[in-house]
Ligand binder design. Structure first.
Ligand code: ATP
Ligand code: MG
Length: 372
């Protein structure tokens, strides 16, 4: 049986989207959208999930809904091809998550490496596993991988294009699907994770050289940054601390400027902006030998980034002119998404035998039992 392709992915409205999101997931989504050949594609703003660690800052989440929606539209996601929606507007998702909670142990959640890192980063617990999972940790945040399984399965998604940090969430979802189908009968669909094929894009580092560009760490180049803002970020980027004089041999490993070039640079960029080199390997070789200054490489990177971001910036300006239309698009998308999720919830309730009022056989059986 040829599998129907259903694609689903989302982002937390905790800030505007950055070039880490772009290379990690957004770029892939637009390519999938434009290639076609799928049944449906859903992209959603995960506000309920954002509230699990921003429950005391609802205004932040509320303000960023429109920012993320504008980012989606400006990278080229097209509401006529993709259903764009807001997570909290689909109550079926919370209902599904509640039932899935029975299928996951506390120990399993505690093993999730992404949640562990995020807990430490957000200061919910001191260092060390035991303290991190201590009494200060909100249950909602601890259990968000289960809610994510609800998001994915509600739409019967077969493919989830995400950055590497989300891999454990998809693994958790697959386990829930298997447990559910084993206990209640074949109902849910197993999703596959779709990671970027380029290693530099799996987890783009921040401009400070830290492991991940993240809204929460303030080390981002945002898609909506102006060319001037981006210029400042690029010029102050972390490079190689041992490369002090231009003549010094440089290191490209762990050098953020080169990691970004790995993520964005294509051979034709050399012809356009820096014909002294044939390709990235030649440029790296010169840097490694010594005699090539950081500023020159940064200027090259800046040109490449501007080439990619200029059309995105221009489209954003257009969409910013009609904000009510963007909200209307999200409302329509949320209504369509709700229908799809409600159908799955019906299946789930039937499988779990909590469909009392549509189960005629049950009523008749009980009537017989009491009349005997
Ligand atoms: P937060 O700090 O609030 O968690 P975030 O920057 O990690 O925000 P998310 O909304 O959690 O962003 O992630 C959205 C998607 O973007 C996910 O698929 C995630 O894997 C991907 N992503 C986020 N940051 C990066 C990055 N630096 N490199 C590659 N992919 C990324
Ligand atoms: Mg994140």
């Amino acid at each position: 049986m040829a599998e129907k392709r259903i694609i689903l992915t989302g982002d937390r409205p905790t800030g505007r989207l950055h070039i880490g999101h772009y290379v990690g997931s957004l770029r892939n989504r637009v390519a999938i959208q434009n290639a076609g050949g799928f049944e449906r594609m859903f992209v959603f703003i995960a506000d309920a999930q954002a509230l699990t660690d921003n429950f005391d800052n609802p205004e932040k989440v509320r303000q960023n809904i429109i920012e993320v929606a504008l980012d989606y539209l400006s990278v080229g996601l097209d509401p006529s091809k993709v259903t764009l929606f807001i997570q909290s507007q689909i109550p079926e998702l919370t209902e599904l998550a509640f039932y899935y909670m029975n299928l996951v142990t506390v120990a399993r959640l505690q093993r999730n490496p992404t949640v562990k890192t995020e807990i430490a980063m957000r200061g919910f617990g001191a260092d060390g596993e035991e303290a991190a999972f201590g009494s200060g940790l909100p249950v909602g945040f601890f259990t968000y991988p289960i809610s994510q399984a609800a998001d994915i399965t509600a739409f019967k998604a077969t493919e989830v294009p995400v950055g590497e940090d989300q891999k454990p969430m998809i693994e958790q979802t697959v386990e829930i699907v298997r447990a559910f189908n084993r206990i209640y009968g074949e109902t849910l669909v197993e999703p596959k994770v779709v990671l970027p094929s380029n290693a530099a894009c799996l987890r783009l580092p921040g401009t400070d050289g830290k492991a991940k560009m993240s809204k929460s760490l303030g080390n981002c180049i945002y898609l909506s940054d102006t060319a001037e803002q981006m210029h400042k970020s690029v010029m102050s980027m972390y490079t190689d601390p041992l490369h002090i004089n231009v003549s010094d041999p440089g290191h490209v490993e762990g050098n953020t400027v080169f990691t970004y070039l790995d993520a964005f640079c294509r051979p034709e960029h050399f012809g356009r902006y820096w014909p002294d080199y044939a390709d990235l390997d030649e440029l790296k070789a010169h840097y490694t030998r010594g005699g090539l200054g950081d500023v020159k490489v940064k200027k090259f990177l800046e040109k490449i980034l501007n080439e990619e971001l200029d059309p995105i910036r221009a489209r954003r300006k257009e969409f910013e002119k009609d904000i009510p239309a963007v909200y209307e698009m999200l409302k329509k998308g949320s209504e369509a998404a709700r229908e799809a999720a409600a159908a799955t919830l019906d299946d789930v309730k039937r499988s779990m035998k909590i469909n009392y009022f549509e189960d005629k056989a049950l009523m008749e059986e009980q009537a017989r039992r009491f009349s005997e």
